[in-house]
Design a protein around this ligand. Structure first.
Ligand code: ADP
Length: 493
């Protein structure tokens, strides 16, 4: 059984990939689907369309690889987290559009909950910061706004799932499960115990009977019905996208960290079996669980990362393409004292200042386009450095090296500057499709396609390692300049 199928259901497309028994990707296929924005701040998707897109992606990849589906020994699933589907147990029809993680429709309700007597207890129990992102308030919204839904849910007629659960239920013809990493993003799970929590269910007024069973991330959860891909295939890996990426970076042990440089940055540090307790408003979460013992991670994000490069291109017209930013930045020896603070939507960890606004500081007559482009790239590294510092403090774990992926991780200038400013090696793997790869690792481990975590660690290949080479005095000078620029960005409010 040498092949592993990974289903990578993202926010804008459903992807499928096939791996061999050495963890090498043979083929990948992506099928986009629509998001809808029926009101300002609302984001919805059609769960049936997602299901069809995912089926098509998987069928295309299997057909294209020209393999016998019977040779697929395991399937792993990873998904956009928190997005909420409620469906009819008998007909399989969703009772409402899927409410996407980005949807802000329950923001006001979450704000008042955060300010209520329950606020601190919810955050302590779940490891999360109360916010409309997480599934609980979205489920409640559906139960309150779809006629008859509350009674039907209480009678056991309706089921809830994130997209992992929804896909598995359809693939297996009725297995209703999720894994601990996805469950930890619902705001209904006790992070320590790994089970649904009655107090949280009461607060959000959600009947337990509609929730899936929580299982480990690397166990056989059900069999894909042979009608879909031409053979029965065990579903043996499940993880939310960021936790799957952590696994795909072979970060299975405390102190291993990955940072994904996309539109924003998503950083996770594995904390092993130790539950993190954040004092910087980072999130405590479950890492993908291989084996019996619960695994934890601390998670944080930079709101504007690759997006500042898009702004250089589309907002300022300073570059023609994102890729050009690398050569332009490298054409000057330094940023000549210029700092770009891309606080377009405020500042996240460790500042949490939603009223801060962006700025370009330190301009002199000698500053030109290249300095501004360079400073913008540097801002991605400065923000990540401050996030990683906060994670180290929260997890009480020293990060040895930072493993990187995402669209902006191809930028060698940025990665070298990141290593310099962090004073830690930055390591870019050969396979940067870490989300799908992580799902494949988890599934293959459960089915014995891969023999052990150590074997999977040996698959993970380095494309390039960036060693820090900046003198400490230079690093400190740049960091203090950044902090002065941040202080100015916060004064503008
Ligand atoms: P997402 O998954 O958030 O859509 P991706 O991982 O696809 O993001 O990365 C896209 C982001 O990476 C964009 O914001 C783009 O500006 C940035 N980006 C792409 N290539 C480069 C590059 N060579 N240098 C810097 N940024 C880049």
């Amino acid at each position: 059984m040498p092949f592993v199928l990974a289903l990578d259901e993202g926010t804008t497309s459903a992807r499928a990939a096939l791996y061999n028994e050495r963890g090498e990707c043979l083929r990948m296929c992506s099928v986009p689907f629509e998001s809808r924005f029926p009101q300002p701040g609302w984001v919805e998707q059609d769960a049936l369309e997602i299901w069809q897109a995912q089926l098509e992606a998987a069928r295309t990849v299997i057909a294209g690889a020209e393999i016998d589906p019977k040779a697929i020994g395991a399937c792993g699933i990873t998904n956009q987290r928190e997005t909420t589907v409620v469906w009819d147990r008998v007909t399989g029809k969703p009772v409402a559009p899927a409410i996407v993680w980005q949807c802000r429709r329950t923001a006001a309700e979450c704000q008042s909950l955060a300010a209520s007597a329950y606020g601190p207890e919810i955050e302590r129990k779940t490891g999360l910061v109360i916010d409309a992102y997480f599934s609980a308030s979205k489920i409640r919204w559906i139960l309150e706004n779809v006629p008859g839904a509350r009674d039907r849910a209480a009678n056991g007629e309706l089921l809830f799932g994130n997209i992992d659960t929804w896909l598995i239920w359809n693939l297996t013809g009725g297995v209703h499960v999720t894994d601990t990493s996805n469950a930890s993003r619902t705001m209904l799970m006790d992070l320590a115990s790994g089970d649904w929590d009655d107090q949280l269910l009461n607060i959000f007024d959600i009947p337990r009977v509609m929730l899936p069973k929580i299982v480990g991330s690397s166990v056989r959860a059900g069999m894909i019905d042979a009608q879909h891909f031409g053979a029965e295939i065990p579903i043996s890996g499940i993880a939310g996208d960021q936790q799957a990426a952590l696994a795909g970076q072979a970060c299975f042990r405390a102190g291993l960290s990955k940072n994904t440089y996309g539109t924003g940055c998503f950083a996770l540090t594995h904390t092993g079996t130790r539950q993190p307790h954040s004092t910087h408003r980072l999130l405590g979460t479950r890492a993908a669980q291989v084996g019996e013992a619960p695994q934890f991670a601390v998670e944080g994000s930079v709101f504007v990362a690759g997006a500042v490069v898009q702004w250089l291109r589309d907002g300022l017209g300073l570059i023609q393409s994102a890729g050009e930013s690398e050569a332009v930045a490298a054409s000057v020896p330094d940023s000549a004292g210029v700092y770009v603070v891309p606080a377009f939507v405020g500042l996240g960890a460790p500042y949490w200042d939603s009223s801060a606004r962006g700025l370009i500081s330190g301009l002199t007559r000698g500053a030109g386009r290249a300095h501004i482009v360079r400073a913008a790239l540097e801002s991605i590294a400065f923000q990540s450095k401050e996030l990683i510092d906060a994670m180290e403090a929260d997890s009480r774990t020293r990060i040895q090296e930072l493993r990187v992926d995402g669209g902006a991780a191809v930028n060698n200038f940025l990665m070298q500057f990141q290593a310099d400013i962090l004073d830690r090696p930055v390591v870019r793997p050969a396979d940067v499709e870490t989300t799908a790869l992580g799902a494949a690792y988890l599934a293959g481990l459960a089915e014995g396609v891969f023999s052990s975590v150590e074997e999977v660690e040996s698959f993970w290949k380095i494309d390039r390692r960036f060693e820090p080479s900046m003198p400490a005095s230079e690093r400190e000078r740049l960091m203090s300049g950044w902090q002065e620029a941040i202080a100015k960005a916060r004064l503008q409010a």
